[in-house]
Write a protein that binds this ligand. Structure first.
Ligand SMILES: [Zn+2]
Length: 605
């Protein structure tokens, strides 16, 4: 499919910065909110052009499925869909106008993911990979984006503004699809940190609950202040927080913007209700968007190949989201850093996956794979990476008597991947050098002046359980781990360490995921990706039905699970039982020195 090198030779404009060669117009009609139409106007120097819908490296929503009415002018132009995500247009050289519509899929039940597009009479989210096709071969060219929206809608996007409030510039195709557009009846606030303007935009539902917006914005500003202090400077000129009422509290990071769910009723209870997610996505601006994994390439319509350093990109982002909020003095769910670490180590020790799979192998299956990729194990690159980050931070503090920390590693990697003049170079398509495990390892060693190769061999490139006491001991702390029956509110927990998912492929049924081979389900012979046929003789075809049946189980119940697998049918008889779980407490070593206690304090313990 790539045998033919396609080059779109665009006429070189006289003033490249002023006169982009590709013009997009996205139109939302208030009389029909079932989707939006896109027009792409370009001047070609070849009679064959190809346009593609980009795949997001983490969450490929495959909106190519919702493209309708693709046409091209001049009349006589021949349109062929040469791949599910690629359209080819053969037309005489000159002005070619492509038009299509995105027909939005019907909304799923429950709150929306904040990065999924939507349209309502009072506003919506669109743009990005869900709207704009890019012209293959012209990825580095700039584009003009004009938005034709219902009257009164304000616009919040990371695209570069122009004098016309409805027209923006994308310096290249990657920025075009990395800049979602939130528009409608918006509330907006601004503040300056690190010399850059930060815009906080909130899109409320018509029946929004009022909340303390001053505290909401000041919490964000104090977090931003700490992030800029950590990295030394911003990788953007202007940043836009795009908060959406009605979406659940998760987000998606971009180079100079972020979409985040922030339900007004939750903000009414606590103006900092979504500050942890906000901090996480904001740290990604540096650690993932600027400090990029080597596997991240330019815009592509094909699925992102596996990434081996997500333990760093996600894990250190978790680490700093927590740490920056503590530095900012914002109260968190885990009241202290000790309580936070106790919770993380408990989850880590409860899960046998971390003794079996390296950080790199868990990273490689974090996105773009179906559940069950690790067999009867389930693991979080976020958790594993945050704990690796914590132990590396303690290692550096211990080796340098508190003179240096992981902060210095982050600054070093940021300077390496995004030199101070990168902002202006990025406008011309500059992408910094990527990172991998070896580069992170070298950065840690150069900051700490110590040998961390054995640690990276053991925990990053291979699998071994981290000996936390070895690292906590550097700051005068140790763990106390005890195992006992899992109990919630005084009642023994049932072993429900199995879930189901419905693959997107038609007729693939409901698949099981056993998350621990030592669970009652694993020991009964069930395996991840077994296709569920029935429970106690009753067919079960959906995850909702399966979950409801699991929730009805009581300790001592006997349940018969029938599945189908490539080798044939299989039935397991399972007696519902409890299971053992660790409890982790972190305490001070009796012989902790004053120097160690000072290190602990500097690390916010
Ligand atoms: Zn993340």
């Amino acid at each position: 499919m790539n045998s033919l090198a396609l080059i779109l030779a665009l006429f070189a404009p006289a003033h490249p910065a002023l006169k982009p060669s590709i013009q997009y117009t996205l139109r939302v009609d208030s009389a029909d909110l079932s989707g939006w139409s896109v027009e792409i106007r370009l001047r070609t120097a070849s009679d064959t052009i190809r346009l593609a819908m980009a795949a997001h490296p983490e969450y490929d929503d495959r909106y190519r499925r919702y493209v309708t009415g693709f046409t091209a002018e001049p009349s006589g132009a021949v349109v062929t869909r040469v791949d599910s995500a690629v359209w080819q247009v053969v037309a005489p050289r000159g002005i070619v106008v492509v038009r299509y519509r995105i027909a939005l899929p019907s909304a799923e039940p429950g709150p929306r993911a904040s990065w999924r597009p939507f349209l309502t009479p009072t506003g919506g989210l669109f743009g990005g990979p869900h709207a704009f096709m890019y012209v293959m071969g012209a990825e580095d060219g700039s584009a003009l984006v004009t938005l034709d929206l219902p009257t009164g809608w304000e616009i919040a996007t990371g695209l570069t503004p122009t004098r016309d409030p409805h027209t923006f510039v994308a310096p290249n195709a990657e920025v075009l699809v990395d800049s979602p557009i939130l528009a409608g009846h918006l509330r907006q606030w601004r503040f300056v940190e690190g010399g850059a303007t930060h815009r906080v935009v909130y899109w409320p539902l018509p029946n929004a609950t009022p909340f303390d917006t001053a505290r909401f914005v000041s919490g964000i500003q104090s977090m931003v202040h700490q992030a800029v202090a950590l990295f030394g400077r911003t990788p953007y000129r202007e940043y836009t927080f795009q908060f959406e009422d009605g979406a659940y509290s998760g987000g998606l990071e971009h180079r100079n913007s972020v979409t985040l769910g922030a339900r007004s009723e939750e903000l009414a209870r606590d103006p900092n209700a979504v500050i942890q997610e906000t901090a996480h996505e904001f740290v990604h601006t540096w650690n993932l968007m600027a400090i990029r994994p080597v596997e991240y390439h330019n815009i592509d319509y094909r699925t992102q190949p596996p990434v081996s350093s997500l333990w760093f990109s996600e894990g250190l982002t978790m680490f700093y989201a927590d740490l920056l909020l503590r530095r900012a003095g914002i109260p968190l769910r885990d009241s202290t850093r000790v309580a936070h670490l106790e919770r993380l180590i408990t989850s880590y020790l409860a899960n046998p996956a971390y003794a079996r799979f390296s950080a790199e192998s868990i990273s490689r299956v974090a996105y773009n794979v179906q559940p069950g990729e690790l067999g009867d194990y389930s693991a979080s690159t976020h958790l594993q990476g945050e704990l690796i980050g914590t132990t590396l931070d303690l290692t550096i503090r211990g080796a340098t008597q508190g003179q240096r920390s992981m902060d210095d590693v982050m600054r070093l990697l940021f300077d390496r991947s995004s030199p101070p003049d990168a902002l202006s170079r990025r406008d011309r398509g500059y992408v910094g050098e990527g990172i991998d495990g070896r580069i992170v390892e070298q950065a840690v060693e150069s900051v700490c002046g110590c040998d961390v190769t054995p640690f990276f061999d053991a925990h990053v490139r291979h699998a071994a359980v981290i000996d936390f006491d070895r690292y906590l001991g550097l700051i005068g702390l140790k763990t106390r781990v005890s195992w006992g029956p899992a109990v919630s509110d005084g009642v023994p927990d049932r072993d429900l360490r199995m879930y189901g998912f419905e693959p997107a492929a038609p007729d693939s049924g409901l698949r099981l995921v056993v998350t621990n081979p030592a669970s009652i389900w694993g020991r009964a012979g069930l395996h991840s990706r077994d296709r569920l046929v029935s429970i106690d003789g009753t067919p079960v075809a959906t995850w909702a039905d399966f979950r409801a049946r699991m929730q009805r189980l009581r300790l001592g119940d006997t349940v018969r699970v029938q599945v189908r697998r490539p080798s044939g049918p299989f039935a397991a008889t399972v007696i519902v039982a409890g299971f053992e779980r660790p409890t982790v407490r972190i305490e001070q070593l009796p012989n902790a020195t004053l120097a160690q206690r000072r290190l602990a304090e500097a690390a916010t313990f």
